[in-house]
Design a protein. Structure first.
Lengths: 656, 124
């Protein structure tokens, strides 16, 4: 048995009160009474009744005022009120019903009517209470679901660290309690940082569940893919796997668009898949903004067995990626205008250089201000990621034009950088060879026209490596795909690709990307810079240009070469050697003891001279090929092409 | 990287020129007589022809005229190679319409300068 309903009877006529109290008590109700409006409100305040029987005309406070008071109080407005009125007060009753009274009871009282109206009102109230309670339960459940959903998305944004040199911020604001948008980010191992933004079709609880399923699948796919293979995680493979899973048991044919990116925080190489998502914006350090390349492909869960295409972009230090869901672009104001891409880009231009958190919040604020009071149509998700690799102050940017003579600028810059930052001598020489080979290759082959073009070079001396980046807008050329040169045993023909082949042996890694019509090559040479004062005092910095001096020892012509022999000066050496040969010299010894290094251009020149000597029945030998210069001969595969003696004395003795 | 036809009857000289061009990354075609050179030029349309003047049979100057008369080869730059340093010979060679002039024995620097200039002059 539930507790008896409590009824408050309010009337200034004591007889009426007594009569009603008796009749109601007899029906088993619990009755309280009040003689005017004020007393009635006091009673209500001390314990809300289930029903109020209310007279209209009373001293101190009349029935209208009591009604108004009850209806404006959120806790009391659901208490049903039955007006007590004389038959001639019908206009007042109408006014009371307008004020929220539920029914009326005419005086004099008819006990059957009283019974019927009271029990009908109490019954309705009970029903309403029940509806309210279940609604409240639903709301609590939705609130819990919302909390759960939001807690699935990472809200701890890792601070920048040398190990994870990124700044990131993201937010998701569902249009309803729960939404179908998602973002996520996590370390995928080996310095690779994974991030994604997704948007499930539809809204509400169904979309929220699909979103949860998607997020878990991506995380698990990445985890197992890391386990399965030693090579890096591929976003295309992850997308293929998640797509295949989401397609299963998906009767409502829901789908999800997603931008999934993997940033190699060591190199700035971004590999990504765009499954039907808005194209993110790439914000360059210089505040230039562009949408990332590549037409969006099919959303996830639409096409079974779809193979996603993996794309690559090369970020430069300070570049940022801005990814959002279409809730941003398609936010609508009261005038039914869209927020749109142009407005977004204007925001990015203003705040694009600031920290991700500021920018993300600024865009969200602007979108909210734009939409104003218009009802939210879609979830809004925004993620921004900036790559901030640890740039040592030892970073130098150089720009040269496509003129072979400009290589001297580069060689000297490398020499200066190496000396300033303590790059060990051998590594420095090898880097100079690498620069000469790579950049001369660009100058010779990158452009079909003869116009002036720019080549950008960045040299960074880091704690355990030197990193060289070369960037040009010439024809696409991937040095990783260059065929290895075939060297016929005769040595007569000079193979192409020799320089690139040598570079491959001189550096620890080569990375190539074609981005927006530009070639971007990153070369890494591992070496630990030493404190500059630990460097041997070397005078070669003063003058390392090519010098050729001839001396004679009887019939033998000795050519002493010093300095570097590279693509800028190899012709000078060739000219001297050919001149000696055509003027009838029959024995030439090239003393290499003072040579700093040779590039492939220099080797070619020596081969031409050796061939010419052969045609002239002359002897052409090298001597004193020392240390790292000898290694270069070996790398190029030239040791067999020349007669090489250990020292000048040895050469003279052999040739005498 | 360009394709260069060398028309030269002196084997040693031909090989030196060929080596230098290879060292500079160019591909080469070879002919020992002007008649053979004309055939190769028609068949393969090189980007540059280095033409010895004193050849057995048809001379380099005659070969130049024949090449210029043919629409297929009229646009190819042709550089003369000659051992003759007589002013009058030189005059005759230049007025014949060669795009450059290389003296034998060749000096590497000026040889490459003339070749590069000739290759550049007719590039589209």
């Amino acid at each position: 048995m539930s507790a008896p309903a409590r009824i408050l009877v309010v009337d200034d006529t004591p007889n009426n009160v007594t009569l009603l109290e008796d009749m109601l008590t007899a029906r088993g109700y619990e009755v309280a009474t009040a003689r005017d409006g004020l007393e009635a409100l006091e009673r209500v305040a001390s314990g809300a009744p289930d029903l109020v029987l209310l007279d209209i005309m009373m001293p101190r406070m009349d029935g209208y005022e009591v009604l108004e008071h009850l209806r404006t109080d959120a806790k009391l407005r659901h208490i049903p009120v039955i007006m007590i009125s004389a038959v001639d007060e019908i206009e007042s009753v109408v006014r009371c019903i307008g004020l929220g009274a539920e029914d009326y009871l005419p005086k004099p009282f008819n006990s059957a009517l009283l019974r019927a109206r009271v029990s009908a009102s109490l019954e309705k109230k009970a029903l309403r209470d029940e509806v309210r309670a279940s609604l409240q339960r639903l709301e609590e459940e939705l609130a819990a679901a919302r909390q759960l959903q939001l807690s699935m998305l990472p809200d701890m944004f890792p601070a920048w660290s040398p190990r994870r040199p990124v700044q990131i911020y993201a937010l998701m604001d569902p249009a309803r309690e729960v939404g179908g948008d998602l973002y996520d980010f996590f370390d995928a191992g080996d310095g690779v940082f994974c991030f994604l933004v997704g948007d499930v079709s539809g809204k509400g609880a169904g979309a929220a569940m699909f979103m949860a399923r998607t997020q878990s699948l991506v995380r698990m796919a990445v985890r197992f893919s890391r386990r399965a293979g030693s090579t890096g995680v591929s976003p295309a493979e992850i997308a293929d796997a998640v797509n295949a899973e989401l397609y299963q048991n998906n009767r409502d044919r829901m789908f999800v668009t997603m931008f999934l990116g993997f940033l190699d925080t060591k190199t700035g190489r971004l590999t990504y898949v765009n499954a039907g998502h808005l194209r993110p914006h790439l914000l360059h350090g210089s505040a230039a903004i562009e949408q990332i390349e590549g037409k969006p492909e099919a959303p996830l869960a639409v096409r079974p067995g779809f193979r996603y295409q993996e794309r690559t972009a090369m970020l430069r230090p300070g570049d940022a990626l801005f990814v959002c869901s279409d809730g941003v672009i398609e936010a609508m104001n009261a005038g039914e205008e869209f927020y749109g891409n142009e407005r977004l880009e204007a925001d990015l231009r203003v705040a694009g250089k600031g920290p991700p958190e500021e920018l993300v919040r600024a865009v969200k604020k602007d979108v909210d201000a734009f939409a104003g009071q218009a009802p939210k149509a879609d979830d809004v998700t925004i993620l921004m990621l900036r790559w901030e690799p640890e740039l040592s102050p030892q970073t130098t940017d150089l720009v040269i034009s496509n003129d072979i003579a400009q290589l001297a600028v580069l060689t000297e810059a490398m020499e200066r950088i190496g000396a300033e930052h303590g790059v060990p001598g051998k590594a420095l020489v090898q880097l100079q060879v690498v620069l000469d080979e790579m950049v001369s290759n660009v100058i010779k082959y990158a452009w079909a026209d003869r116009d002036r073009h720019e080549i950008r070079i960045r040299i960074a001396v880091l704690t355990d490596e030197v990193r060289v980046e070369i960037d040009d807008d010439g024809l696409a050329f991937n040095p990783l795909l260059a065929p290895s040169p075939e060297r016929p045993s005769s040595g007569r023909r000079m193979p192409g690709g020799l320089g690139i082949h040598m570079v491959g042996q001189l550096v620890d890694s080569i990375d190539y990307a074609r981005i927006d019509g530009r070639n971007h090559v990153t070369l890494v040479k591992r070496c630990v810079p030493v404190a500059p004062n630990q460097q041997k005092k070397e005078s070669k910095l003063a003058d390392s240009s090519l010098k050729v001096a001839e001396t004679r020892s009887g019939e033998i012509c000795i050519v002493a070469v010093s300095g570097r022999i590279d693509s800028t000066n190899a012709n000078d050496l060739l000219e001297r050697l050919i001149k000696l040969l055509t003027s009838g010299e029959k024995t030439i010894v090239v003393d290499m003891s003072e040579v700093l290094y040779l590039t492939s251009a220099a080797f070619r020149v020596l081969l031409v001279a050796a061939n010419e000597a052969g045609r002239n029945a002359a002897r052409f030998v090298l001597c004193s090929v020392l240390g790292h210069v000898s290694e270069l001969f070996e790398m190029g595969g030239f040791l067999d092409d020349f007669t090489i003696h250990g020292s000048r004395e040895e050469a003279l003795a052999k040739l005498a | 990287m360009s394709l260069v036809l060398i028309v030269e009857d002196n084997e040693r000289n031909l090989e030196l020129v060929r080596d230098i061009l290879h060292a500079k990354g160019h591909d080469t075609l070879e002919a020992r007589t002007a008649e053979e050179g004309l055939k190769v030029a028609h068949a393969q349309t090189p980007q540059l022809i280095l033409m010895d003047i004193q050849l057995p049979g048809m001379s380099g100057i005659e070969a130049l005229k024949a090449l210029r008369a043919e629409p297929g080869t009229a646009g190819i730059p042709i550089v003369a190679i000659t051992a003759s340093v007589m002013q009058a010979d030189r005059q005759e060679i230049m007025s014949a319409g060669f795009d450059g002039f290389i003296e034998k024995p060749i000096t590497v620097r000026s040889f490459m300068d003339v070749v590069e200039a000739a290759l550049g002059s007719k590039n589209p």
